[in-house]
Design a protein around this ligand. Structure first.
Ligand SMILES: Cc1cc2nc3c(=O)[nH]c(=O)nc-3n(C[C@H](O)[C@H](O)[C@H](O)COP(=O)(O)OP(=O)(O)OC[C@H]3O[C@@H](n4cnc5c(N)ncnc54)[C@H](O)[C@@H]3O)c2cc1C
Length: 227
């Protein structure tokens, strides 16, 4: 049994304690790590396990903590303490369950926080329902924690922006239905002039381009973020 004494800390209230009890009971019954001999190191098996976990987390109602109401979420604002309580319990049982949960939140987070009503309605309900798998593409081969060094460009093309660049270490790449891609508009150097664009579509569409050069013709550009 994990130590739960932190649930008495003053910044957690009864609703948090109730949530911690519910996710603990649910995870105990529903979540088990993938045994080593059942494809824990096989990419296809892991992809399938990840999809199954996202569906299961949606069924349990847990993805409703990753997005705001009224777009499939339980509350108007995402409560980070709820996310922490859910994550620690999922991770206790299975690292992949924690990963599957939080990537739904991270991959859709910029839309929840800064997206237009149209974007929220288009992308968030599917994330909460486990029908759309989300990814977040920030890191590049030559810019990890030094985000200001990123090179991926967002180039205006009619109503859309075309993304040109290379991303790396992107969780859910290959199975995601939507990618929030951080890219450079060229309007300012360094940490300025960066935008979050939402690229919709299976990764096959995004990954079609030559190695080292990923494109999405349907990237949507939202001016209000990362200025
Ligand atoms: C399993 C996994 C999943 C990931 N998923 C995603 C994802 O979904 N999307 C995404 O965008 N990225 C993802 N990443 C990338 C990750 O979030 C980091 O951005 C990336 O690992 C850091 O970049 P880097 O490896 O190039 O290290 P670097 O940024 O080159 O850092 C190397 C080392 O230098 C240290 N360092 C860096 N800058 C400084 C400084 N100024 N002062 C002192 N020390 C410093 C760092 O702490 C580190 O120890 C993932 C990484 C992993 C391992």
């Amino acid at each position: 049994m994990a130590d739960t004494s932190h649930l008495d800390w003053p910044f957690l209230d009864d609703a948090h304690r109730d949530l911690a009890g519910r996710i603990a009971a649910w995870a105990e019954a529903e979540i088990a790590p993938i045994p080593d001999d059942e494809g824990a190191h096989d990419d296809a098996a892991l992809d399938a396990a990840c999809r199954a976990l996202v569906a299961k987390l949606a069924d349990g109602g847990w993805l409703g903590y990753c997005v705001p109401a009224p777009h499939g979420g339980h509350f108007e604002r995402i409560d980070v303490r709820n996310l922490c309580l859910i994550r620690e319990t999922l991770a206790y049982h299975s690292a992949l369950a924690d990963f599957s949960f939080i990537m739904q939140g991270l991959g859709s987070g910029p839309i929840s926080l800064f997206g237009s009503d149209e974007q929220k309605a288009a992308f968030l309900p599917g994330v909460a329902a486990g029908e759309r798998i989300a990814a977040f593409a920030l890191s590049e081969p030559d810019s990890g924690s030094d985000v200001a060094a990123m090179k991926t460009e967002a180039v205006a093309d009619g109503d859309d922006y075309v993304l040109n660049g290379a991303k790396t270490l992107i969780s859910n790449a290959g199975i995601a239905d939507q990618y929030t891609v951080i890219a450079r508009t060229g309007e300012a150097p360094g940490g300025r002039g960066l935008v979050g664009a939402t690229a919709s579509g299976r990764s096959a569409e995004v990954g079609e381009a030559r190695p080292g050069r990923s494109r999405s013709r349907r990237a949507r550009y939202r001016r209000s973020s990362h200025r």
